[in-house]
Design a protein around this ligand. Structure first.
Ligand code: AMP
Length: 127
């Protein structure tokens, strides 16, 4: 079900990963961010990059996070692309936010896709 609220849910699956309550396949970690493999990959490279702080969406994050947290998340995306070997072949990042985007997990996450030609940007019909 799509996320519809900006109220942070401490029981969301990524909060549990951050607390070490459920495992993940870690790709990268620093003081402010964690990156791990998506459990249902949609491309040969499909890694999720998340802030360690409690933010639901990009709007929530940019409104409340410190400059250090914001810089760390952006740099972590590039670090993940380097670690996954897609900086020169190309990659796509995506962050769903609330209802129309069909966001499923209510903790901000940036998808990093790559490893093959990714096709058109959106698969939904044009309006
Ligand atoms: P979104 O629709 O943008 O909220 O994407 C949520 C993503 O989280 C999906 O691509 C899921 O496959 C992924 N996901 C859900 N649970 C886990 C998990 N335990 N470990 C890694 N990825 C997960």
């Amino acid at each position: 079900m799509a996320v519809t609220s900006m109220i942070y849910d401490d029981n969301n699956i990524f909060a549990k990963i951050l607390r070490g309550e459920i495992p993940c396949r870690k790709v990268y970690e620093d003081d402010h961010t964690l990156a791990f493999e998506d459990i249902h990959p949609q491309a040969p490279v499909h890694t999720l990059v998340i802030p360690k702080g409690k933010y639901v969406t990009m709007a929530d994050f940019t409104a409340k996070a410190s400059d250090a947290e914001i810089a760390a998340l952006m740099r972590a995306v590039t670090k993940v692309a380097e670690l996954k070997g897609v900086v020169t072949t190309g990659f796509r990042i995506l962050a769903n936010s609330l209802g129309d985007s069909m966001q499923e997990v209510p903790h901000l996450h940036i998808h990093v896709f790559g490893g093959k030609p990714l096709g058109a940007m959106l698969s939904v019909p044009r309006p």
